[in-house]
Design a protein around this ligand. Sequence first.
Ligand code: 6U4
Length: 164
Amino acid sequence: MTPIALCFPLRERHGVPEVLLGLKKTGFGAGRMVGLGGHLEPGENAAEAACRELGEESGLVTTPDDVDLAGVVDFHFPARPEWSMATSLFIPRRWSGTEGETDEIAPAWFPHAHLPVAQMWADAEHWLHRMLAGQRQHTVVVLADDNTTVRATWSVPLTDRSPS
Ligand SMILES: Nc1[nH]c(=O)nc2c1ncn2[C@H]1C[C@H](O)[C@@H](COP(=O)(O)OP(=O)(O)OP(=O)(O)O)O1
C-alpha cells in the first residue's frame, strides 16, 4: 500500500461550513474532484506530506503542528494492486495564504451539504461526509474490477493503533 496524505481545510462562509477540494488536472485520477494531497516523500511523515502537498497544490501554508489526523482510508484496487493506497486524512486548525490554481489542481470550496459527488470517486460518500461530521474513522474501501465502483467498504473508529 502506497502511503498518501490528504489535507482538508475547512471554513465557514455566511454560517455555512465549507471544505476545500481540488479538480485534479494531471496524474492519477485526472478529471476528478479530490482531496488535496499526495505521496509521502522519503523521510517524511504523513502530517509533513499533507502540509507540503497542500502548499504545492493550493498555495495555502500550514505546519505539522497545526494539523489534526481526522481519519484513515485504505483504498484497495484488487485489479491494480499497485494503485492501492493507505491514506491519512488531516484537517488543519489554521493556515495562511490564499488558495490558487496550479498546473496540477484547481482548488475550490464546497458546502458540506453540496459536495461535488458526481465528480468525485464513488467511494468518497462512504468516508468524506463522516470525516466532515467529525467522526474519526478507519475506513477500508475495496474497489471493483472496473477500478471505479465500490465492491465493499467498512469503517471502525480510529484508534491510536490505527496506521497513519
Ligand atoms: N479511491 C479513491 N477515492 C478518493 O476519494 N480519492 C482517491 C482514490 N484513489 C486515489 N485518490 C486520490 C487521492 C489523491 O488525491 C490522489 C493520489 O495521489 P497523488 O495526487 O499523489 O497522485 P499523483 O501520482 O498524481 O501525484 P504525486 O503524488 O504528486 O506524484 O488520488
